[in-house]
Every structure is written in structure tokens, then in C-alpha cells.
Design a protein around this ligand. Sequence first.
Ligand code: HEM
Length: 224
Amino acid sequence: MTDLALGSLSTRLRDATKEEHERTESSPFVVALMAGELDRNAYAAMLGQTYLFYVVIEEAGERWRGDAVVGSFVSDALLRRDALEADLAWLFGPGWRDEVAPLPATSRYIDRLRQVCFSSRSGFVAHHYTRYLGDLSGGQIIRAKLRSLYGLTGDGVRFYVFDQIAKPKVFKDDYRALIDTAEWAAGEPANLLAEANEAFRLNRGVFDDLGKALGVGWVGSCEQ
Ligand code: HEM
């Protein structure tokens, strides 16, 4: 069902998550990363956490591959797991798996993914959208900063390179069209909006934990 009452669903989704997006991109960890105040170890720590939740998002993708309603969201061009493994092996060395352990917020994120992404179509798309459209948007800005500020070009940043997607804008427009034309069941559009906001909050939690673990941008009251 396409609900055009308040604009297309994809537009409503972007609008409904605007505030959470702004909060997420202003997380102290993200701001410090984008300002060149961190080092490659901090970036590697972020990528390690990213790996842990992408494994689950992509496992959920396999659950829905071929599904009549949301199967078309599952695109091999998006898959990040191999790139993440290559990046982590380059950043940490061959024993990288021993270096990557979930922070508390990452465990909460993974628990939520397991709870909603395997049983709910809109829950799955909410998490899929939040990460992949983010990686194709802000992720490309982050990629440019990793190059200019941290000297990372090929190895270590393959996660940000979608070499099967020649034109991210076209891909994102097509993705939004999928959101708008999917045969959602009653209640699913509303769930998509709510769960995408939850996905942003969970991502922000990971940034906050990374900030705390690395002593960046103490999160608390700083009134003087
Ligand atoms: C430095 C951090 C970030 C910057 C500078 C940034 C910037 C942007 C920009 C400029 C867009 C609009 C692109 C367009 O219109 O095509 C965008 C879209 C988006 N970003 Fe971010 N972003 C950041 C972090 C994140 C994070 C951490 C997430 C998710 C966890 C995220 C999720 C999204 C999503 C889902 C969209 C697509 C919105 C839509 O068109 O429906 N972003 N971002």
C-alpha cells in the first residue's frame, strides 16, 4: 500500500528521522573524527563495531532475499561484510577478530536487530535504510575526510567504496522508489518510521560508547 496522504513514504521517512540524523552526525565521536582529532586506531575501533552489526544486518538480508515485498531491497551491490573483513585485517593484522569485541551499545543494537529484522519486513527495511543509505550519503563525506585527514585511501576504507554502484544518487532514488511502492501491510509504514528512528538512536549509542572508550567528547553536563 502506498500512502500518499502526507507525501511519499520515503519523504516522510527522511523527514521523520531528520532530527535523529542531526543528533547522530553531531555525536562527539563523529565530530572529532570529522575534525581530524582522532587517529587510525579510533577509526579502526569504529569499524570493528560496524562489522559486528553489519554481519547481522546482512544475515537478515539473506532471510528476506526473494521475499515478494522486501526482497528487492536486498542488493549484492550493497554488501559490506567482505570489505569490512579486508579493512579490519589491514588495520589490525591477521588476528583482527580478537581485537573486535562488542561495546555495550553494540550489543544492544545487535539484540534489537535480532529482535526485529528477522520477523518484521518494515523493521528490516528500517535498519537496512538507516545504514546503507547513510553509507551512500554521509558515508561518502566520511570517506573523503578519512582520505584528507587520516591518509586512508584504498586499504582500510573499502567499507566506504561501493564499486558496483556507479551513481549513488540514482541508486538512492531507486531505493526510495522501492520504499514508496512496496506492498506494505497495515501498520508497517508507521513501524518503518518508528524503527528507523530507533536505528539512529542505536547508532548514536555506539558512537557514544566509542567516545567514552576513547575519552573523546565526554558525554554529560558541561554547564559552568
Ligand atoms: C559525519 C556524519 C554524517 C554526515 C556528514 C551525513 C550527511 C548526510 C547527507 C548530506 C545526507 C543527504 C544525502 C542526499 O540527499 O542524498 C545524508 C543522508 C542520510 N544519512 Fe547521513 N550523515 C552522517 C552520518 C550518518 C549516520 C551515522 C547515519 C546512520 C547511522 C546516517 C544516515 C543517513 C541516511 C539514512 C540518509 C538518507 C536520508 C534520505 O534521503 O532518506 N548518516 N547524510
